[in-house]
Design a protein around this ligand. Structure first.
Ligand code: 5GP
Length: 187
């Protein structure tokens, strides 16, 4: 049975990670999405158990204490974590698993699973990032500003910590996805 690959996609909010991951799931046979747990409030249009499992801070800390996460991180005051069990299951079944996570988590995965494929998505310009964040209308203006302020730090962190082997600029979705598919095939 071919070995399942652990694929990490990171990048600042608004860089296009979710669209990229959705396309990858369509294109890659045998790939599944890792559903993270988070303490952040559910957004309009989200369903519990689909994009995330939405849990309380107490429950998150209990699971963390219990060793149930591969990695965890705090982003703008909320906790996010990747459950370990589905990753073990995917690898056992020879399936690829896609993690859309931020950079502190990417660093932990690089340390714990160096064989993982880690890709950092860059926006073509900071102006594009700002426009994309505004265009998706999922956050208030204040939240958008916080996410934008976070972006420089995330890009710097990814470069300084050398936890990503690949940096891909998301100019146009299809060519970005094609480039990432090539990276996955080669590794
Ligand atoms: P959002 O609130 O926009 O859904 O996610 C905020 C940030 O947290 C994004 O960069 C997203 O990729 C990241 N994120 C989502 N789930 C996880 C996770 O399980 N672990 C880590 N480290 N980051 C996550």
């Amino acid at each position: 049975m071919p070995q399942g690959k652990l694929i990490v996609i990171s990048g600042p909010s608004g860089a296009g990670k979710t669209s990229i991951c959705n396309k990858l799931l369509e294109l890659l046979p045998n790939a599944r999405w890792s559903v993270s747990a988070t303490t952040r409030p559910i957004r309009n249009g989200e369903a519990d158990g689909e994009s995330y499992e939405f849990i309380s801070r107490d429950e998150f800390l209990r699971r963390k204490q219990n060793g149930e996460f591969l990695e965890t991180a705090e982003y703008l005051g909320e906790l996010y974590g990747t459950p370990l069990a589905p990753i073990r299951e995917a690898v056992e079944h020879g399936e690829h698993i896609i993690l859309e996570i931020e950079v502190q988590g990417g660093k932990q995965v690089a340390e714990k699973m160096p064989e993982s494929i880690r890709v950092f998505i860059l926006p073509p310009t900071m102006e594009t990032l700002k426009a994309r964040l505004a265009g998706r209308k999922t956050e208030s203006q204040q939240q958008q500003a916080k996410r934008l302020a976070e972006a420089d730090g995330e890009i710097g962190f990814a470069r300084d910590n050398r936890c990503y082997d690949h940096f891909v600029t998301n100019d146009e979705l299809d060519s970005t996805v094609a480039e990432i598919t090539r990276i996955i095939d080669q590794q």
